[in-house]
Design a protein around this ligand. Structure first.
Ligand code: NAD
Length: 472
């Protein structure tokens, strides 16, 4: 049974009443109606949670204890994944099939990745006459968005537990219910009180209090670039560590000798995964002018298969936009792209159903790389197709946005693709359809962020480094 009417926060190992009475309604984007609510916490709640996390922090915690905590959380979480998937579909509209796979199985793989790192990680090394030791970083604030609500929480809370840190978690307002269900798993895992705390509420109140909190050591944020900059600014005032996982405008670069039909098919799928609400989505498809017409035909054929519909309908490949706000933002981008002279190949800004924030998958051709659609993250089912003249032109376009989170390169020969990929300023690239890797470092160049998540690199973000100089 789901509890969608949450009245308590998880602080110091207990579900406790928040300091205030206010709540945040959670809206089902497929019906536009409330499905539940969570407390709108206050700064007082954050202070109580940070104090609990501070008390629970033991810098000398053993690695064996951390392994036990990580294993217990994974076991309790795994049992709840079917329920969490259903909740994610309700609160942010992901098609159930996507919620049951990408939205929940990827976090499980990510969590197991951290357990694996903990099995082999060397916490001490000798560097000449020094013993260099890696210690838990401290008390961590984790601020997460709505688009992959479980994944983003797992990518922060699990490495924190593995490293011996304690956390205060603030989920998004749009999709907090799945995070409450995750925290129930943490409760079942019976970690000591205060190791993981949950405070829901607005970004302006809870997020900002965490970012500026004098007793927090590290704030790890995933969300938009604008809010990330604000978090870094506030965190800077108390000189705390910041990790930022921000937006993207990733390029799918299809070189002239690539397998065009595969590159287009995979590229369209990537751009529209989760309704295009994916930070690492390849939202710009770069196609050689010599194969442009052929590519547009293939794109149109591929997009025609993307059925828009109810998240719980098995045929649905694109659900509603996650919120009214996101829906209006995406429509605005579509309307302005038309005015900027991009050619609408399919889709548009019309509401696809009377009820629900549904948009059709939308493709623009002849997009000017310097235009708003060529530069800015839309975060909806909108693909920009951009022609290029030669490899140098493709590289210039790939690198011409402020972002650098993800991308792809396709070529007839893998060495050619890798050589091209070396020049792209981005945190990760799929080469000729290479698979997503839940333990490879993930993070941004440029305005896509600071720091890395996942696997060993993501784990090390949660460690401090101490050098002990030993006598001869
Ligand atoms: P958002 O920046 O609006 O919100 C993210 C989180 O920050 C939410 O919990 C929100 O309540 C909180 N917040 C809002 N204002 C705040 C403030 N002033 N101080 C502190 N916290 C505040 O982002 P969103 O709309 O929830 O998510 C979409 C964005 O997230 C997109 O830009 C997307 O690219 C990005 N994202 C990045 C990654 C990544 O790993 N790089 C992953 C997923 C999403």
């Amino acid at each position: 049974m789901h509890d969608y009417d949450r009245r308590t926060l998880f602080i110091d190992g207990q579900w406790v009443k928040p300091a205030g009475e206010d709540v945040i309604e959670v809206i089902d984007p497929s019906t536009e109606r409330p499905i539940g609510s969570v407390p709108a916490g206050t700064a007082e709640d954050v202070d109580a949670a940070v104090a609990a996390a501070r008390r629970a922090f033991d810098p000398l915690i053993s690695v064996a204890e951390r392994r036990e905590r990580v294993a217990a959380v994974i076991a309790a979480m795994e049992k709840r994944l079917p329920d969490i998937a259903e909740t994610i579909s309700r609160e942010m509209g992901a098609p159930l099939r996507i919620a049951q796979t990408v939205q929940t199985q990827v976090p499980l793989a990510v969590a197991r990745g951290f357990a694996g790192v903990l099995e082999t990680f060397e916490f001490e090394e000798h560097v000449a006459n020094s013993l260099v030791v890696r210690e838990p970083y401290g008390v961590v604030g984790a601020i997460t968005p709505w688009n992959y609500p479980l994944y983003q929480v797992v990518a922060k809370v699990l490495p924190a537990i593995a490293a011996g840190c304690t956390t205060v978690l603030k989920p998004s307002n749009e999709a907090p219910l799945s995070v409450f269900e995750f925290v129930e798993a943490v409760e079942e895992a019976a970690l000591p009180a205060g190791v993981v705390n949950l405070v829901s509420g607005s970004g302006a109140v809870i997020g900002e209090r965490l970012a500026e909190h004098p007793d927090l050591d590290f704030v790890s944020f995933t969300g938009s670039t604008g809010v990330g900059a604000r978090v870094a600014e506030l965190a800077g005032r108390s000189v705390k560590k910041v990790a930022l996982e921000l937006g993207g405008k990733s390029a799918n670069v299809i070189l002239d000798d690539a397998d065009l039909s595969t590159a287009v098919k995979v590229g369209v799928g990537n751009a529209f995964l989760n309704g295009g609400q994916t930070c690492m989505a390849w939202t710009r498809m770069l196609v050689p002018r010599s194969r442009y017409g052929e590519a547009l035909d293939l794109i149109a054929a591929a997009v025609a298969k993307y059925t828009v519909g109810d998240p719980f309908d098995a045929a649905t490949r694109i659900g509603p936009s996650a919120s009214a706000k996101q829906f209006e933002t995406v429509r605005g981008y579509i309307e302005r792209a038309r005015r900027d002279g991009a050619r609408l190949l399919t889709g548009g800004a019309d509401k696809v159903r009377d009820i629900g924030y549904y948009l059709a998958p939308t493709v623009f051709a002849d997009v000017d790389p310097a235009s708003e659609l060529g530069q800015e993250e839309v975060f909806g089912p909108v693909l920009a197709v951009i022609p290029f003249d030669d490899d140098a032109d493709a590289l210039r376009i790939a690198n011409c946005t402020p972002y650098g989170l993800s991308g792809a390169v396709w070529a007839g020969d893998i060495d050619r693709a890798i050589a091209f990929a070396r020049g792209v300023q981005t945190g990760q690239l799929d080469i000729n359809g290479g698979n997503y890797n839940p333990i490879a470092p993930f993070g941004g160049y440029k305005k896509s962020g600071i720091g890395r998540e996942l696997g060993r690199a993501g784990f090390e973000e949660y460690l401090q480094t101490k050098s002990l100089q030993l006598p001869a």
